[in-house]
Design a protein around this ligand. Structure first.
Ligand SMILES: Cc1cc2nc3c(=O)[nH]c(=O)nc-3n(C[C@H](O)[C@H](O)[C@H](O)COP(=O)(O)OP(=O)(O)OC[C@H]3O[C@@H](n4cnc5c(N)ncnc54)[C@H](O)[C@@H]3O)c2cc1C
Length: 563
């Protein structure tokens, strides 16, 4: 019998709600689900919300009765906010989070590098925003509750998985005993220790790193701005690294590396935590400031991914698919991108708009993303916590040179999570003008936002289906283009035409955006009326033309919407 914790988790700032478990009715088999999602972390809930946007119902199971234990992910990127905007929770994150874009790196108490993440008036969201994962999960959960196509079952732990040719059967344990659930598709969003990954005996590729970090959240009032702080080789923890981040509700995250040979149990002893956090506060000139511990954990970096995210009717996403280091804030931020991608790929297959081979594209694109992130994250991790030998020697050389030589300082640059461009996606058009553009997002890239008014941006209008952005100063969309689009719409594909560049509504367009200053044209590299972009439901570019004609539009649609 599954017995999830029914005591609200302790927290100085977050009021945990304990949800009631869903219990099976004795003698009744629960209805078959089209899509069963295991896990209500960021990956599971965003997948469910994306599926619902495409009209596909899902059943979410989670072993626990509460949201994330501890703050875990606290830094969310601009692209994550753009994805969260699509599923309706970005506003709550903006209202309650702490936006930022600067970081400072210190070597032996001397400031050696200042990170300035670019932020221009065309961006709706800051490069980063800090908020604890409990809040983010709460907002996602509220969005799921408001969506009739999503059912959430708390306290339901999946204990066995039996994949079949046309579906999946899982055994689920609850506080009232077990039941059997069947589904057409199973999404494994069950986190880093994925039991589904183990049940299928799937091996991950990649590396694990030696260095261990204490992650401690403390309640403290510090007179410091919301900027990321990194201290290398500090006086109280020689040779090691310390990170500090401000969180909402008077909380600071202090991460510090453990001296070699110290066990996690020793490191989490209250007297050890107190001595080290006091030493850190002393070092930054704020010793004696009163503080209380909220949550602590020990973390070691891994860069691991499954080489394939789709195994028959079982699809992996988020931490269940890959384990990425927290340096560069990659875990949850990558999970959002996985989930946004999986949502539309799976929805199109479930709705019969595409064959199951479309899911190969999901796997290829997202495994490609994970491998790129692993490559970048490996570099950050080797800098933060260098393995012994050559890496350590090189890192120490960079650190000491940085005191006198400006040219090495950019090596401190913290390679932050960024969205992957699907440069080699099978969905990218072959006969378009991608290579002729000199500006704007290219094949596979995420979109470029543009400010349209005081509180109005281009991305507010994009996504959900395929979007044709047609830049025009004419009164109407050419008839031949509309006829091509109509043929695809008749097959059930959601396709919208957004006309950009006319002050009055353009006939045949679903929406007209004025672009009075020509800012969209400029940022998207459009040279003349008749230029266009085709965007996928996840807003990534799959075709672009300097001058669009019906023949090439048809070719691009056939390429991007394989049936
Ligand atoms: C200390 C720490 C700091 C971090 N900081 C950052 C950061 O700043 N930025 C960032 O992007 N990421 C960060 N991360 C990583 C981030 O927390 C994870 O990447 C993110 O939670 C992954 O989301 P997920 O939905 O894939 O998995 P999870 O959030 O782990 O969710 C897994 C879900 O599966 C459920 N589950 C598991 N097994 C079963 C089962 N058998 N049956 C039913 N349900 C099950 C769980 O109850 C849970 O709901 C951090 C992680 C840690 C530990």
């Amino acid at each position: 019998m599954h017995t999830p914790d029914t005591q609200a988790r302790p927290s100085l700032y977050y009021d945990y709600q304990v949800h009631s478990p869903w219990l099976p009715t004795p003698g009744q088999t629960p209805a078959h689900a089209r899509v069963l999602i295991v896990g209500t972390g960021p990956a599971g809930m965003v997948t469910a919300l994306e599926l619902a946007r495409h009209g596909v119902a899902s059943l979410l199971l989670t072993a626990e009765l509460q949201v994330s234990a501890g703050s875990r992910a606290i830094v969310f990127t601009r692209r994550s906010m753009e994805i969260l905007q699509q599923v309706g929770v970005a506003q709550r994150v903006t209202e309650n989070g702490l936006p930022w874009r600067f970081g400072n790196s210190y070597y032996r108490q001397q400031k050696v590098f200042r990170l300035e993440a670019p932020h221009d008036p065309d961006d709706r969201f800051f490069p980063m925003i800090n908020i604890q994962q409990q809040y983010l999960e709460e907002y996602l959960l509220d969005a799921c509750k408001a969506q009739p196509l999503i059912e959430v079952r708390w306290g339901n732990k999946v204990t066995q998985v039996q994949p079949q040719a046309q579906g999946v059967t899982v055994e689920v344990d609850t506080p009232a005993g077990p039941y059997t659930q069947t589904a057409d598709w199973l999404v494994a969003a069950d986190g880093g220790r994925s039991g589904i990954r183990s049940a299928l005996q799937l091996e991950m590729e990649g590396a694990s790193y030696e260095g261990q970090f204490v992650i401690a959240d403390i309640q403290i009032d510090l007179p410091l701005p919301t900027e990321r702080l990194a201290f290398f080789d500090p006086s109280w923890n020689p040779g090691n690294t310390i990170l500090m981040h401000r969180e909402p509700r008077g909380i600071w995250r202090i991460d510090y590396q453990l001296p070699a040979g110290e066990s996690p149990e020793e490191a989490l002893q209250p007297q050890s935590l107190r001595a080290r956090i006091d030493a850190q506060l002393e070092m930054i000139g704020l010793g004696g400031t009163p503080w209380k511990l909220d949550w602590s954990s020990v973390y070691s970096a891994r860069t691991l991914t499954l080489p394939d995210f789709v195994h028959g009717r079982v699809i992996f996403t988020g931490d269940a698919a890959h384990l990425l280091p927290i340096f560069g804030v990659r875990g949850a931020n990558t999970a959002f991108q996985d989930a946004q991608s999986l949502g539309w790929h799976l929805a199109y297959v479930v709705k019969g708009l595409a064959g199951p081979q479309l899911l190969r594209n999901y796997s290829e694109e997202r495994v490609g993303a994970a491998r790129e992130i692993i490559d970048e994250a490996g570099k950050s991790t080797r800098f933060m916590t260098p393995p012994k030998g050559g890496f350590s020697l090189l890192r120490d050389a960079v650190l000491s040179l940085s005191l006198s030589q400006a040219f090495v300082r950019p090596l401190y640059h913290w390679r932050t999570s960024r969205p992957h461009a699907y440069l080699h996606s099978a969905l990218n058009a072959t006969g378009d003008d991608d290579a002729l553009f000199t500006e704007g997002p290219g094949h596979g890239a995420p979109p470029q936002n543009v400010r349209l008014g005081p509180d109005a941006f281009l991305l507010d209008h994009l996504g959900g289906g395929f979007d044709l952005l047609y830049f025009t100063t004419q009164e109407a969309i050419p008839l031949a283009l509309l006829e091509t689009l109509a043929r695809w719409r008749e097959k059930g594909f959601p396709l919208r035409v957004i006309a950009i560049g006319s002050a009055t509504p353009v006939a045949g367009a679903d929406l007209t955006l004025a672009d009075a200053q020509g800012r969209c044209r400029q940022r998207w590299g459009i040279r003349a009326s008749g230029g266009a972009y085709l965007l996928r439901p996840d807003q990534h570019v799959c075709a672009r033309w300097l001058n669009l004609d019906a023949q090439r539009l048809g070719d691009a649609l056939r390429h991007a919407l394989p049936q």
